[in-house]
Design a binder for this molecule. Sequence first.
Ligand code: PLP
Ligand code: ZN
Length: 470
Amino acid sequence: MPATQSSNPVAFQKCIGIECGATYSVDEVHVACPQCGDLLDVCYDWARATPPASLSQLEQAWARRSDPLEFSGVWRFRNLLPFASREQIVTVGEGQTLLQRSDSVADYVQLGSGRLFLQYEGMNPSGSFKDNGMSAAFTHARGVGATRAACASTGNTSASLAMYSATTRLMQSIIFIGSGKISYGKLSQALDYGALTIQIVGDFDDAMQRVQQVSRDLGIYLVNSVNPFRLEGQKTIMFRVLEALRWEVPDWIVVPGGNLGNSSAFGKAFAELRDLGLINRLPRLAVINAAGANTLYELFERRGLRWNGGRADMSIAQQYYAELDAAKRKASTLASAIEINRPVNLRKCLRALETCNGVVREVTDQEILDAKARVGAGGIGCEPASAASVAGAKRLRAEGIISESDRVVCILTGHQLKDPDVTVAYHSSDRERFERVLGQRGVTAAPFSNRPIAVANDLQEIIRAIEARR
Ligand SMILES: *Cc1c(COP(=O)(O)O)cnc(C)c1O
Ligand SMILES: [Zn+2]
């Protein structure tokens, strides 16, 4: 139960280790359990809180959109993440996202019409779902009086941190990135918003280790998804999906897996809704890795690692990481947002997979880029990592695990304009560019490319080029 003297009588932090289960006040800042090193959850004593009596009751917020807390796609669900006082909440209007039915992508995945939906989180203020979590992390950070916040990032966490820091002026932002591992769309955001940017020689996994050390040593507030408050914000993505489906639970939620914060948050969201009696069934969860960064796939599907009611055999993961180190194998995929070999939320994700009877798949960069082109042609567009969800749904459909009549929601985690290099290279007729950007990653073809047509500056030739495409 909650530690004494907490500023919040309802919320507390709790270690996910079932042998430990230590609890801490929400006024404390931890990125791991001080007693055993495991991850922490934010938990609620629901009997002392005021969760909604029904999900449809949440729609009443729509009539009060002039209130910034009701306008926010995160905070209008605040009764389902009651860890902060009203005055403490930080919002910049995140979570104005939409669930779009896409029959063209359904065709591609071989689902029936009206069966596939894209949850477009690229509409967030900084262009990715990370803003859902960042508003929650900033809210907690404000509550504990932090003045500096840091993250390691493949790009979107840093863009989000830098944006919240610039907009709210509550904290200085410090971002750690690996060398050459960040798309220009994302790096340009962090620089533009004025973040202190530290580029270290190494990859994301190296940057992640360093930022944890530096934050500990300097007392800087860490906003990576090891921060349990971030995941509270990310739960609301599922609340909005349900809302858009008129509170009907879909059959599948398909999400790309990198550090596994999102998948963990989704599992927690559904477990809580179930425990509160607000839903009576759970969707299945599919987490999709890139084949070049497939730790979860390897551990869950190949080596049989399971949450096992909290008794996961983590030696399986230790063994795998030792093998990666021995082989000096680094994560490698064009989907840079999920180019991660040591997912920090692995244990929480295993728990989510158990809650939601989940599966894990890996997809190649070729499959990712082809799916991305189909998403773009369907009119929304996304960055490469996001399209892993669609590529994964296609695989699961081909395997018969997703059936034709299932209702499937794929999460599009980031905006189309985050990584234009990859998109232009895919559609380019310039073979040299294709090879340079994509070829080294094993992408050999672009079956859905829309090539620009080069013509001389000549009226007749231009007309001929246009008429030929009628
Ligand atoms: C961060 C990110 C991911 C990975 O999400 P995790 O919660 O780390 O698994 C996927 N796609 C995009 C666009 C991201 O920014
Ligand atoms: Zn513990």
